[in-house]
Design a protein around this ligand. Structure first.
Ligand code: 9PG
Length: 461
């Protein structure tokens, strides 16, 4: 461990490991001589990386950075605490933040493994798996309804799902966490329907944001995080209006959060997908004078305390390092989609943090070293050919990735599957193949080779 957060880059060094700020932010091995690109659209910029580093001239990453120093060898500089950032200067990696700082050189898997061990000593770890999850997002999106859910619950029959999770679309507004008119029987009744099948009810929430037009913002504008000019800080634009970040260092916000989490757990939900929570670490003028990620970590500890130890907490859109030891699982890549790549967005607009299977796979594998600290969620696999542009081989890559990560989820409604597809899903849910990593992007799944090299190596920087 070092106090001085800087390490030389040898003259013959290879690529640089860039670690994206939150779940969706681009992560992987990039050329050092290519200047970083940043998306130009505000709605994309907000998710792309730590907003205080948008437009940095040098490549950089959240908490850690590494460089290839020889065949299979790397040198890593990483923060063992929150609020760390590493920049790749031409001749050295430079760490900023409170640290303490960790430095190691050697075989790639060993170096990342010992960094993970050192992080565990400081931040703890929680792993254990949620069991297979059926999630409503990647089929019904925001149009999910109570009647669609009831049909799905029925059609799932005895498929071996442990969790049935309602995603975005049930709430009146972000901030107003009560059921909307599409869930007329309410969320307690929905949880009871899931429980009756012997499964754990799951619910999506975005507890650190509130829509501009929500009742919460109307009633409590003081809860919203402000910039230096006193203007509300937006954390998303994808609900047809601005969605604001809450100041999660305010005592009244923490009390409101405690109450919210206790309420939804009281409704019967044992699995919570907490989304857009990077909002808790957005730049702004906070009530408490703490680092952005320190304030975030304190708030998620309040959430954990309110949920209790037995509720599975999945973080999504979450800053990675400050989430360790508090959440059970974390999304480690951008959203998958029923298509491979949105070339307009990824190649032409320089934004690989948006939905698409190719970048979900690549960023997830870039975060594979985290698996001893927290369950790594690669997002859903698809078994359906209906409403799906993915080829069978592309769908298989997502299935392999789920096995490699030991995290199984899908959004396919059984009614959309033909008999062969349903049989494949059935098999997926109960199989636990032996996984062996043989190279950065190569694995053995039982005795079959799963090689993601061509996918990961062909993504643009
Ligand atoms: C619900 C979804 C699903 C999904 C999450 C998250 O505008 N955006 O850039 C944007 C990025 C990600 C995103 C939605 C919008 O997806 O990852 O699984 O829960 O929210 O809204």
């Amino acid at each position: 461990m070092h106090e001085a957060a800087s390490t030389d880059i040898p003259a013959n060094a290879g690529r640089y490991y860039q670690h994206g700020w939150h779940s969706w932010s681009v992560t992987g091995w990039r050329p050092r001589d290519v200047a970083p690109r940043y998306p130009s659209v505000a709605a994309h910029r907000i998710h792309f990386t730590d907003p205080t580093h948008l437009d940095d001239v040098r490549p950089g990453g959240s908490a850690l950075g590494a460089i290839e120093t020889g065949e299979g060898e790397v040198r890593l500089l990483g923060s063992l605490g929150v609020d760390g950032w590493v920049t790749a200067e031409p001749d050295r990696l430079v760490g900023e933040g409170p640290g303490p700082w960790f430095e190691a050189e050697g075989k790639e898997a060993e170096v990342f493994g010992s960094y993970a061990d050192a992080l565990q000593d400081r931040l703890g770890a929680r792993t254990g798996g949620a069991g297979p999850i059926w999630c409503s997002w990647y089929s019904h999106y925001r149009d999910i309804t109570e009647s669609a859910m009831l049909k799905i619950i029925q059609d799932l029959g005895d498929l071996a799902f442990a969790v049935i999770q309602v995603d975005d679309g049930w709430q009146r507004a972000n901030g107003d966490w009560e059921p909307n008119d599409d869930f007329t029987s309410g969320m307690v009744a929905m949880a009871e329907q899931v429980r009756a099948t012997g499964r754990i009810p799951g619910l999506w929430l975005a507890p650190f944001v509130a829509d501009e037009q929500s009742e919460l913002v109307a009633a409590h504008p003081e809860m919203v995080l402000r910039d230096d000019d006193g203007a509300p800080v937006a954390a998303a634009y994808n609900w047809g209006q601005s969605t604001y970040a809450l100041d999660v260092t305010r005592p009244d916000v923490l009390e409101w959060l405690d109450d919210l989490i206790r309420r939804v757990v009281g409704w019967g939900y044992g699995y919570l997908k907490l989304d857009f929570i990077f909002a808790g670490a957005m730049p702004g003028r906070r009530f408490a004078s703490v680092g952005r990620e320190a304030g975030y970590r304190n708030a998620i500890q309040v959430v954990r305390e309110a949920a209790g130890d037995d509720v599975y907490l999945l973080a999504c859109g979450a800053p990675i390092i400050p989430s360790i030891g508090v959440f059970d699982g974390i999304r480690v890549g951008p959203d998958v989609a029923e298509y491979w790549d949105n070339v307009d967005r990824t190649h032409h607009m320089g934004d690989r943090a948006g939905p698409g299977a190719a970048d979900a796979i690549t960023t997830t594998l870039g975060r594979y070293w985290l698996r001893s600290l927290i369950d790594i969620d690669p997002d859903v696999a698809y078994f359906r050919s209906r409403y799906n542009l993915l080829t069978p081989a592309q769908r298989q890559s997502l299935v392999d990735l789920a096995h490699v990560c030991d995290f199984r989820a899908t959004s396919d409604p059984p009614a959309w599957l033909d008999p062969a597809e349903r049989a494949a899903l059935e098999q997926f849910l109960v199989s636990h193949p032996r996984i062996e990593q043989t190279d950065r992007y190569r694995f053995l799944v039982d005795d079959r080779k799963a090689d993601f090299t061509d996918i990961a190596e062909s993504r643009p920087w």
